[in-house]
Design a protein around this ligand. Structure first.
Ligand code: CUA
Length: 359
């Protein structure tokens, strides 16, 4: 064989080996977190197929470029030489246009079929689909259910609770800027857009606790805009629903559920854990041992407020940027608590915080 032919054969061989290595490597990597919805399977398979098809294309292009540079470059003394003048090669052009077109068309059809499959409504006659309203705002999530709690009020939670094996449709709204409602374990995400309501549906199929993440850069607190989704068995979910809005059990430290009847000393704690319907609950962003919350968007209040008196605590609520806790930038905490909380509510909250954080 002439040198050019040897190089060409080598190039094909190296390309084939590199493609095989790339595909095997790509499939061995654990790209995704645990899968917890019926939508996850088809999406993960789609990913694998895309990987198997696209790795050889990438490898082919790279190998050809590297080979061309190495073996067909101009050498010293060849400055005046020139290759044969080529005026196109119809057969080659038809081939390199047709093959990619077929690959792309096939992948588009396949991806479309997967999309139709994962978005389809539950079959007629099966249980009615659950709807959960997702409210996004800087920098917290809130979930509103159709069900009413024991106190007759619509159930609102900062943690998403869902029953297993039941289709749920999310109605997603944003109050301020773009956010993105992403549950990696469900493999689904969509933008939350001010002014319009977006949707997606999933069927969780594995009980457990997974992350809810904001996937759209939405401000200084974006990285902290996280909460959990807890997938429960049908029975446990019904129990959770029935506990919402019920008077707190004797000395219960549990934050998930216990919604205070809010009389006297409990009022501040109830506000802390559940908010007042207008403002975001403090517990959605702050850790406080007494309230049983463990969020990390804002400072840990057991530490941050330990040395503060009533006046300082009040200031940190109504004017959060006046004095910042170390490691937390300006603007993370909404500055409108002075408006969204009544004077009475504010006092209850401040007294409660003073009581449980002073040494
Ligand atoms: Cu909300 Cu990023």
């Amino acid at each position: 064989m002439r040198r050019g032919e040897t190089n060409f054969a080598q190039m094909v061989l190296v390309g084939a080996i590199a493609s095989a290595v790339g595909i095997v490597g790509g499939l061995l990597i654990d790209w995704f977190p645990e899968a917890a919805s019926t939508q996850s399977g088809p999406i993960d398979t789609l990913w694998d197929v895309l990987l198997i098809v696209s790795v050889p294309v990438f490898v082919l292009v790279t190998v050809v470029v590297v080979y061309a540079v190495k073996y067909f470059r101009m050498r010293p003394g060849e400055e005046q030489m020139d290759g044969e003048p080529i005026h196109g090669n119809t057969r080659l052009e038809v081939i390199w246009t047709t093959i990619p077109s077929i690959i792309i068309a096939a992948l588009v059809v396949y991806a479309y079929l997967v999309l139709v499959d994962i978005e389809k409504a539950p079959a007629e006659g099966s249980a009615k689909e659950r709807r959960v309203h997702v409210q996004a705002r800087q920098f917290a999530w809130q979930f509103r259910y159709a069900e009413k709690g024991a106190d007759g009020k619509q159930i609102v939670s900062d943690v998403l609770y869902l029953p297993e094996d039941e289709s749920v449709m999310f109605d997603i709204d944003a109050e301020d800027v773009l956010h993105d409602f992403w549950v990696p374990a469900f493999r689904m995400k969509i933008d939350a857009v001010p002014g319009i309501t977006t949707h997606y549906r999933v069927t969780p199929d594995k009980p457990g606790k997974y992350s809810v993440v904001c996937a759209e850069l939405c401000g200084l607190g974006h990285a902290f805009m996280r909460t959990d989704v807890v997938v429960l068995s049908r029975k446990d979910f019904d129990t959770w629903v029935s506990e919402q809005g019920a008077p707190p059990e004797e000395a219960s430290e549990e934050a998930d559920g216990a919604q205070g009847d809010a009389g006297g000393a409990d009022a501040g704690k109830a506000l802390f854990v559940d908010g007042n319907g207008t403002s975001i609950a403090c517990g959605a962003c702050h850790t406080l041992a007494d309230a049983g919350t463990n969020a990390e968007t804002g400072p840990n209040l057991d530490e941050a407020l330990a040395a503060d008196d009533v006046a300082a605590i009040k200031e940190s609520i109504v004017d959060p940027d006046a004095e910042l806790a170390e490691g937390f930038p300006k603007g993370i905490m909404p500055g409108d608590y002075g408006q969204t909380l009544s004077g009475e509510e504010l006092d209850a909250l401040v007294n409660y915080l003073d009581k449980v954080t002073s040494k």
